[in-house]
Design a protein around this ligand. Structure first.
Ligand SMILES: [Zn+2]
Length: 66
């Protein structure tokens, strides 16, 4: 369990709190799991993109020799 700064009042709140204990604003850190999942997907997508680029860079010159 960590602590995060409330986006609205800036005070420290537990990262698993549904709402800020100081100002009552809904915590945006509740979706932590979703956000880290999205980041993981983004990294996988980025790696796939790099692999596809590497594939074209190394494979295409052999198919179409200049
Ligand atoms: Zn707050």
């Amino acid at each position: 369990m960590g602590q995060v700064n409330c986006l609205y009042c800036g005070k420290r709140i537990p990262d698993d709190a549904a709402e800020c204990t100081h100002c009552g604003a809904v915590s945006h850190f509740q979706k932590k799991g979703y956000r880290s999942g999205a980041r993981k997907r983004f990294i996988l997508l980025f790696i796939a993109l790099v692999l596809i680029c590497a594939f074209f860079v190394f494979w295409l010159p052999r198919v179409f020799p200049s």
